[in-house]
Design a protein around this ligand. Structure first.
Ligand code: SF4
Ligand code: SF4
Ligand code: FES
Length: 259
């Protein structure tokens, strides 16, 4: 273990890809150790010193980030085999966990690679559109007070609201692949979040119709990987079960009423 004796050098093995169609390849980069580094600051160093461990000058590694405080989800990548945010992944903690000065970085595998560690997460945003992930309000006139919610309802909805569309739950899900139609835990949970809002519930039937289609809730294999990896501790399997129950009621209602 390297707890008190920090190394002089860190080595990053990075899975690179020049464009969406080309084959991936690995390159290694060394950098001097400093205390309190996060992975983004290491990537910034590597971008400024784009020379591999073998001494070859190469194009700087590309990645995406924005908020730098684990809120936007854009910096998500696979670090030492685990999908997580590179802004909040601290090198000292990784060294303490692994005892290894070699750190691997890969793009998430369930989304198309744009370049290097940068992936296209549009599918998640398209899925939010499919489940109408919003509260429909007319903002052109005064709406008065919003609906009241009990403290329990607020707590439940607050937990669901923390989703940052990072993709970790989808990366870990065996049912979600890069080319199938499964909508995944994130969109199911967001549908529940908006269905539980009094005004949002006006679109509940449409959301449940979308979740009844191919790739909807019934494609979940209940492996429960998603809930274990969510960095925001969102109760995803609870959302999947709750939405499954809403779907049963929805289908019975449709059977009897025809709508
Ligand atoms: S419960 Fe399993 S199959 Fe269902 S969304 Fe989560 S990881 Fe995927
Ligand atoms: S549910 Fe969790 S893991 Fe999935 S996208 Fe949202 S924050 Fe990320
Ligand atoms: S940069 Fe926004 S979550 Fe890391």
């Amino acid at each position: 273990m390297i707890k008190s004796n920090k190394p002089k050098t860190l080595t990053f093995k990075i899975k690179r890809q020049d464009d969406p169609k080309s084959e991936p390849y690995w390159q290694a980069f060394d950098m001097p150790y400093r205390p309190s580094l996060n992975i983004i600051s290491c990537l910034q160093y590597i971008a400024g010193h784009a020379t591999t461990t073998g001494g070859k000058d190469v194009a700087p590694v590309v990645w995406e980030c924005s908020c730098l405080e684990e809120v936007c989800g854009s910096c998500t990548m696979v670090i030492n085999g685990r999908a997580r945010q590179s802004c909040s992944a601290l090198v000292d903690e990784i060294l303490d966990e692994t005892g290894d000065t070699i750190i691997t970085l890969e793009p998430m595998s369930k989304f198309p690679v744009v370049r290097d560690l940068w992936v296209d997460r549009s599918r998640m945003f398209e899925n939010l559109k499919k489940v109408k992930g919003w509260v429909p309000i007319d903002g052109t006139h005064k709406l008065g007070e919003g609906p009241q919610e009990s403290p329990e309802q607020q707590d439940m909805r607050y937990a669901l609201s923390r989703c940052m569309t990072c993709g970790c739950c989808l990366e870990a899900c065996p049912q979600f692949t890069i080319d199938n139609e499964f909508i995944g835990a994130q969109a199911i949970s967001q549908a529940r979040y908006f269905n539980e809002h009094e005004t949002g519930a006006t679109l509940k039937d449409e959301r449940l119709d979308a979740l009844s289609e191919v790739g909807g809730v019934s494609d979940c294999g209940n492996a429960q990987n998603c809930v274990k990896v969510c960095p925001k501790d969102i109760p995803l399997t609870e959302s999947i079960a709750a939405t499954g129950r809403q779907l049963t009621v929805h289908h019975i209602k449709k059977f009897f009423t025809g709508k």
